[in-house]
Design a protein around this ligand. Structure first.
Ligand SMILES: C[S@@+](CC[C@H](N)C(=O)[O-])C[C@H]1O[C@@H](n2cnc3c(N)ncnc32)[C@H](O)[C@@H]1O
Length: 318
């Protein structure tokens, strides 16, 4: 485990490092890349821009050298990614079964985007959106039940936060939202507040063009207080087009906000419905550890590929 979140080193900006403003010894390209990637979720073009003195081919070379060192298959259906002391584990399987293997009070926080059924009906009507034409999501759906809420409560540490994504409240989702909050409370969770994810992009609809989703904030007893600077409306553009690796992928920056609100560096978070493991990416970029469970092998593979392509190397190679 790493220590508590520390105040930012004023000389840790990549700009300061590249300009050597702080009179620190000049860093190797590899170290600059590590520092930059740990501070920013980046595309290649952003890395090139942040390291103007380095040749693009050299940057690509350093990243490529370390690809494939990132993931280890440690057992049947269990994969581990390591960067320094930060580790992410991804477990293939059914969350209802796999969660039983964790001990009580194992995780500092739970952040998840469950495969709820509430939108299935909406998804099956309409003739324009691809997902409507496909007659639904391209993954298995199942609502969280009392058994799952009970397990989530059991494996969360006392005072830990539990963030659960939900659809926006509409005529056909409002009952689902209320029922889920009630089930969570029945399992022992304290409901704290409703947060909003502003997706910055409007979708189709006739009750006001929708551009937000809800995130319910629960805790196991009184919530721990870590970072009071994060607002309850989080504005980050929906992941779209070729960049998207999962149909309902959540932006990494959004998950980083939730992680910073709920955890310290070195803490461990759980996502029992990991999808492309966006939470794992966000955790690695902010020095948290993460455990994900995912039923769909194709999403696990897409998540691995994204981690390799973006983080691409095992930082612990001294
Ligand atoms: C809403 S998506 C999560 C997407 C994720 N937030 C991302 O950014 O990629 C829910 C995921 O839960 C998975 N899922 C469905 N049933 C499951 C189950 N019983 N156990 C584990 N995962 C399940 C689906 O395959 C899907 O990838």
């Amino acid at each position: 485990m790493l220590g508590r979140e520390t105040t930012k080193d004023p000389c840790s900006d990549i700009q300061d490092i590249t300009e050597n403003k702080c009179n620190k010894p000049l860093m190797t390209l590899k170290q600059k890349l590590i520092d930059f990637l740990l501070e920013n979720a980046s595309s290649l073009s952003e890395i090139y821009e942040a390291l103007p003195d380095e040749k693009e081919t050299t940057i690509r070379g350093r990243l490529n050298e370390n690809i494939n060192k990132c993931f280890k298959r440690v057992g049947r259906g269990i994969y581990i990614a390591t960067i320094g002391e930060t580790q992410c584990a991804l477990i293939e399987g059914n969350a209802w079964d796999k969660i039983k293997s964790f001990e009580d009070d194992s995780f500092d926080a739970i952040i998840t985007d469950p495969p709820y059924e509430a939108l299935n009906k909406q998804m099956q009507t309409g003739t324009t959106r691809k997902r409507n034409l496909n007659k639904g999501f391209d993954f298995e759906t199942r609502d969280l039940d009392l058994e799952m809420f009970g397990e989530l409560f059991r494996v969360l540490k006392p005072n830990g936060h539990f963030f659960c994504f939900m659809p926006s409240a509409k005529h056909d989702t409002i009952d689902y939202i209320h029922a889920q909050v009630k089930l969570a409370e029945q399992a022992g969770f304290t409901f704290n507040s409703q947060w909003v994810w502003d997706k910055k992009v409007i979708s189709l609809g006739y009750n006001g063009r929708p551009r937000h989703e809800l995130i319910m904030f629960f805790s196991k007893g009184k919530r721990r207080r870590i970072n009071n600077s994060i607002p309850d409306v989080l504005t980050h553009a929906r992941v779209m087009g070729k960049k998207r690796v999962h149909q309902t992928e959540k932006p990494i920056e959004l998950l980083i906000d939730l992680l910073k609100f709920s955890t310290n560096e070195g803490d461990t978070v759980l996502d029992p419905f990991a999808g492309s493991f966006s939470l794992g990416m966000a955790a690695m970029l902010t020095k948290r550890c993460a455990v994900g469970i995912e039923l769909g092998k194709e999403f696990l593979d897409a998540g691995f590929k994204r981690m390799k392509d973006s983080l691409g190397f095992n930082i612990n190679t001294t």
